[in-house]
Design a binder for this molecule. Structure first.
Ligand code: DX5
Ligand code: ZN
Length: 215
């Protein structure tokens, strides 16, 4: 499979969000990555449903929504209504993860499980078959522009082994500090989707950066 790239709009220019969405629409990017933060699960607040909905009205690519919130189950239908195609929830914030994944799929979205840097890959052993995607955080969630945690590479390889051993087609997404210096090793370790915020939106030529990350 060709590597997919999902630009994280957290690093976009919010005063020119429409312009940045158009750039992504016209680029080789595959998905829009939207980071939802509640100031409780992570030490930052981003944006909510009405902004997701507005983005959806002009986005020409699927919305990959990453929930960094407590009690995500409460909002599954709201994110579906706002236009999410893929909805990912943190294993650390779901008391009944199996139920959360079922609800996401029942609402008509692809379901993703997110692991914080400290959460072991083997915690997925009895739940991974319910997920369409696993998102490995390669920084502590909450902010764009942080440094890639290099131990993530080993986690990606171990996750890939688990997926192959179980004969699954689960996709692996990696999020945090992804740039041109580490993209190759991340993909070689087994990642299918690269999320990138700062690397894309702070680049002098964002569409070209997207193209480079994809190749
Ligand atoms: C961090 C978010 C990321 C972030 C990535 O909590 O989940 O999606 O926006 O930004 P960069 O690529 O700048 O680390
Ligand atoms: Zn994210």
């Amino acid at each position: 499979m060709k590597t997919l790239v999902a630009p994280s709009l957290l690093s976009a220019d919010f005063l020119n969000l429409g312009r940045d969405i158009e750039m992504v629409n016209n680029s080789e990017a595959d998905w829009f990555h939207l980071d939802i933060m509640d100031g409780v699960f992570v030490p930052n607040i981003s944006f909510g449903m009405s902004v997701v909905s507005a983005i959806h009205s002009v986005a020409k690519k699927p919305l990959d929504v990453h929930l960094m919130i407590i009690q995500p189950d409460k909002y599954i239908q709201d994110f579906k209504d706002a236009g999410a195609s893929i909805l990912s929830v943190h294993i650390e914030s779901c008391q009944h993860l199996h139920r959360s994944l079922q609800s996401i799929k029942k609402a008509g979205m692809k379901a993703g499980i997110v692991l914080n840097p400290h959460t072991p890959v083997n915690s997925l052993e009895d739940i991974i078959n319910e997920a369409d995607m696993v998102l490995l955080m390669s920084v502590n969630p909450g902010f764009g522009g942080q440094k890639f945690i290099v131990q993530t590479l080993d986690k990606i390889s171990r996750l890939k082994e688990m997926i192959l051993r179980k004969n699954l087609t689960t996709l692996i997404e990696v999020d945090g500090g992804v740039d041109m210096n580490n993209a190759k090793s991340i993909v070689s370790a087994g990642a299918d989707i690269l999320v990138a915020g700062n690397a894309i939106f702070k680049a002098s030529n964002p569409p070209e950066m997207i193209k480079l990350l994809k190749s």
